[in-house]
Design a protein. Structure first.
Lengths: 501, 470
């Protein structure tokens, strides 16, 4: 009897089992619903980005039409020009957005949960109370669908375990295994492996088709990340099918094997990730957002007390941008008195606020280090990376926002402080995030090294550790592969249990 | 007769060893999770208190400033949590930890803990409510899936039938025994939990705790009834286990999430930008019949000048800018109240759609009840934010009214004439959580739904008992 015949027979046995058919049907329907949902949401997200881009262009054209033809020449003109320039400087033209990758469906929830559309400003964005991005009902955010990868992580193990755990015990309890032992002439290990292979193929095929469906619904999806995702998915499915197979070798009843499978699922999907999160929090504690409020207020108060000093210091540093005679009012007034204050405030607050991103990136790195303990977590991290919403890339996005905000200030602040305002011709030189910075977020190591040189050593370890990790592309996949190999080895070691009728 | 069945079943569960093992595992797990959660909640409260005190001190000691600029420095409001929030943080991770109160604008809460959470958090929060609402039903299934199938497989069901024991009596006895067994398994864990809460300095509201306990008993009774009834209708223990596990997955993981997704899709909320733009438009163009901002301001200015018998703002015997601010902010407050009211109403509507999913899963109403009693639901959050908004109006108007009296005519924004005495005259923001009755009334639909589930579960047991065949 050839291996192919064994596979055929096992496939027929599998297809004839009513419980397995129901499990596969329910699994397929649920996963497909989630995939379609994610695909449609991703499509909606891209459409909204396109609408916002169109709005930006309209706003830009409007600003250009409203801008004076030439710089201000009198006090009255200067007053209007400064107000207009300040309004532009803190307006919506400074929009930034983390560019979505070709695997947006794998990380849409995170794109919506994190601030991925930060608004740069000549004020301080850290003291800005405006809400950008989606408003959401916190109850639905807490209860709602956790995104396609999380659904995969929850359902694929359950389907794999329901199909494979207790498989041998059930045959034994029904007296079928005795017949298999008696009739088998190719080795029970081959029969067992064929049964597991069939289960892997079914679960993987369903998950892969649903994934392809989700990607197909997203107009910006790409083939390469889909391939990478399927690779991770194949290994993940293999791990859980092998785990189920291993449990079915235990000398316990089918019910007990299923209960143990459920325990394993709970442990690897919830308990281990929670423990890893706790360990990561200990290794890189997240600073307190509340304590940051106190620090922010202290800096705000200090800059307010020193506003005159900061104003003079600014002019001392930029002698070329002192207002021309006849432009400035007799006594400097808002917004000129505010801008140097905000500049100073932001320079002092930025490192404080970046601590959160650094801690988040360091925690993600710590979790990734031990991801082999939980294949579910490893697949989530893989999905985040493919979707471009992992902690390292997000940190690079905030780096890009900071760089952009510096350029934005460099464009507006001298024009405000000199009372010249911004003319229509000058607006064509306006910094644009999508044009100037987006590409650099996904820049290679050279850019990261360039940043190394500009970063304080104390910040460097926290900032670049995740970058270094992201270079080790596929470390998550290696963990998944290692977990599969471990399960396979255990199954081989335990195959002697098969000979018991 | 039911008493005998209960007695026998309790003895069997004890001798089986599963009850002891599961109770010990549950107790250890719950104690660990509860200890971590109680400590974290107590630390968070302590930090809120400290930061609140420091932020207040910063407010009081701003020094000499223009009063309006001092008001813009703002005040932060922090929501105090109830003791039961350590058991069920509810929406706590999804709402901001602080609310910045400043003139002109009503802000939303900021600094959501979920945004700083590690990737593992998306798989589920390991909090005491997770153990109580998700894992304990699994324990019930583990203990009770073979309650009847085992009797059938071992042939004892036939003997009981021959002895004249009615199916209904047997099933009701097994149901009560299963609920009692879960209670016994859970009691040490709950005692340890209460001790940990008290140790962390929390004061638990007895009525809230009592309703929480009642909700849990009903919730577990529903799962126990489903388990016993399905065990009676299915042939094999494995089949019963598979079906019950599928139902558990659907009830815990699928139905609530699909319900939430449906609520979001059926009743969408605007984006932050669209919300802000709608508020700005209504302030600028005015609510129906009010005229636009320019005409409102012109009418106010004319009235102000006429009332004071002057022709120029510079000649007013009061602060002109402060008077304008009071007028403009009062209008903005009306517009904000309208839009925030609509937003919160929309959230409440979404919650009602989610409640419809509670017809398919008892987990939905139990989660609603749990969060409501813990003070971590939408209604408690809305109440807090509305209290903070009332306070915002109080302190900004107080500062403006002082400014109105302190100066005459038009004053430049860079003039500094307010000092610490004015800031210290603003009473601190004090918020008290609503009484238990508020939580119970808010969660009444959930409580009713749970009792409906209990009634349905009782009918299911009765139906399964009638059709019980050896």
């Amino acid at each position: 009897m050839s291996v192919l015949s064994i596979l055929r027979i096992e496939a027929a046995r599998f297809a004839a089992h009513p419980v397995y058919r129901r499990v596969v049907l329910a699994f397929s329907l649920l996963l497909l619903a989630s995939a379609v949902w994610s695909g449609i949401e991703a499509r909606g997200y891209r459409a909204e980005v396109a609408v916002r881009h169109a709005h930006w262009e309209q706003a830009f054209d409007k600003a250009k039409a409203a801008a004076p033809e030439r710089p201000a020449a009198s006090t009255a003109e200067a007053s209007r020009a400064v107000s207009a320039a300040y309004a532009l400087g803190r307006g919506d033209l400074a929009a930034t957005r983390l560019p979505a990758t070709g695997a947006l469906v794998l990380g849409l929830q995170q794109y919506q949960a994190l601030p991925t559309a930060v608004l740069a400003t000549v004020d301080s964005r850290h003291t800005d109370g405006r809400v950008t991005g989606p408003l959401g009902n916190p109850l639905l955010a807490e209860t709602g669908l956790p995104g396609f990868p999380a659904i995969v992580v929850l359902l694929v193990p359950l389907a794999a375990l329901a199909l494979s755990a207790g498989m041998v015990q059930e045959d034994r309890e029904r007296g079928v295994w005795r017949l298999v032992c008696a009739q088998c002439n190719v080795g029970l290990g081959t029969v067992f492996s064929a049964a597991l292979a069939i289960r892997w193929a079914v679960v993987f095929a369903v998950a892969a088709l649903c994934s392809a469906c989700a990607f197909a619904l997203d107009p910006g999806a790409a083939i390469a990340p889909l391939g990478a995702w399927l690779l991770g998915l194949a290994l993940f499915t293999a791990f859980w099918v092998l785990a189920g197979g291993l449990l079915s070798l235990l000398p316990v009843s089918a019910g007990a094997a299923l209960t143990a499978a459920l325990g394993l699922w709970l442990a690897l999907t919830f308990a281990v990730p929670a423990a890893l999160a706790w360990r990561a929090e200990r290794a890189a504690p997240m600073p307190s957002r509340l304590a940051a409020i106190v620090e922010l207020r202290a800096v705000q108060q200090d800059t307010e007390e020193r506003d005159t000093e900061l104003l003079h210091a600014w002019y001392d540093r930029h002698p070329d941008d002192r207002p021309a005679p006849g432009l400035a009012p007799s006594r400097p007034a808002f917004p000129v008195t505010f801008v140097p204050r905000y500049e100073n405030l932001d320079a002092r607050m930025r490192p404080l606020m970046r601590r959160f991103d650094h801690a988040r990136a360091a925690q993600a790195a710590s979790i990734e280090e031990a991801a082999w303990l939980s294949p579910s977590l490893a697949l989530m991290l893989w999905a985040d990376r493919l979707a471009g919403i992992d902690a390292a890339r997000y940190s690079r996005y905030i780096d890009a926002v900071d760089r952009f905000e510096d350029r934005w200030r460099a464009f507006f602040v001298p024009r405000i402080m000199s009372y010249r305002g911004v003319s229509a011709a000058e607006l064509s030189q306006l910094p644009v995030f999508a044009r100037d910075e987006s590409a650099r977020i996904d820049a290679n190591d050279r850019d990261a090294n360039d940043r190394d040189a500009m970063t304080e050593p104390s910040d460097r370890s926290a900032t670049n550790e995740p970058n270094a990790r992201s270079d080790a592309t596929g470390s998550v996949l290696r963990w998944l592969l290692a977990a599969c190999a471990l399960m396979a080895l255990l199954a081989v070691a335990g195959r002697k249990a098969l000979v018991r009728p | 007769m039911i008493g005998f069945v209960v007695q026998k079943e309790m003895r069997a569960l004890w001798r089986d060893g599963r009850l002891l093992v599961l109770a010990l595992s549950l107790c250890c797990l719950f104690a660990g999770v509860m200890a971590a959660s109680a400590a974290a909640t107590a630390n968070a409260q302590s930090e809120r208190d400290q930061v609140g005190a420091t932020a207040r001190a910063q407010w009081e000691r701003q020094g000499v400033k223009h009063p309006h600029r001092a008001a813009h420095f703002g005040i932060y409001a922090f929501k105090p949590e109830l003791a039961l929030a350590a058991v069920d943080p509810g929406i706590g991770d999804q709402v901001g930890q602080s609310l910045w109160l400043e003139p002109h604008k009503r802000n939303m809460t900021r600094n959501r803990p979920a945004a700083d959470a590690p990737p593992s958090a998306r798989l589920g929060d390991t909090v005491p409510a997770f153990v109580l609402l998700v894992l304990v039903p699994l324990l019930i299934i583990g203990l009770g899936h073979n309650a009847i199938t085992q009797e059938r497989e071992s042939g004892t069901l036939r003997m009981l039938n021959a002895a004249g024991l009615r199916g209904g009596t047997l099933l009701f006895g097994k149901w009560i025994a299963l609920v009692l067994a879960v209670g016994i398994a859970l009691l040490p864990a709950l005692v340890v939990g209460a001790w940990l809460l008290a140790g962390a300095g929390h004061v638990v509201s007895a009525p809230r705790l009592a309703f929480y306990g009642l909700g849990l008993v009903v919730y577990y009774a529903v799962f126990a009834a489903l388990t016993v009834a399905l065990s009676a209708r299915l042939r094999s223990s494995r089949g019963a286990l598979m079906l019950l596990l599928s139902l558990w997955i659907a009830a815990v993981w699928i139905v609530p999430r699909l319900g939430a997704a449906a609520a979001g899709a059926l009743l969408p909320v605007p984006t932050g930008e669209a919300f802000a733009a709608a508020v700005a438009t209504d302030i600028q163009r005015g609510l129906p019949g009010d005229g636009d901002a320019a005409s409102r301001s012109a009418a106010f200015e004319a009235r102000l000048l006429a009332e004071n018998g002057v022709t120029r703002p510079e000649d007013l015997p009061i602060g002109a800018n402060a008077a304008r601010r009071i007028f403009r902010d009062a209008y903005a407050t009306r517009v904000y109240a309208l839009h925030f009211g609509r937003l919160w109403d929309r959230y409440a509507d979404q919650q009602n759609v989610l409640r419809v999913a509670g017809l398919l899963s008892p987990v939905v109403p139990m989660r609603g009840l749990s969060a409501s009693l813990a003070g971590t639901d939408l209604a408690h959050q809305r109440r807090f934010e509305e209290a903070a908004e009332t306070y915002r109006q109080y302190f900004t108007v107080l500062i403006d009214e002082w400014d109105l009296q302190a100066r005459r005519g038009v004053v430049a924004a860079d003039d500094k004439y307010a000092n610490d005495a004015q800031y210290q005259a603003v009473a601190p923001f004090e918020y008290r959580a609503p009484p238990a009755a508020f939580a119970v009334v808010t969660a009444a639909p959930d409580l009713l739904l749970l009792f409906a589930w209990l009634a349905a579960a009782g009918c299911l047991v009765r139906w399964a008992g009638r059709g019980l065949r050896p």
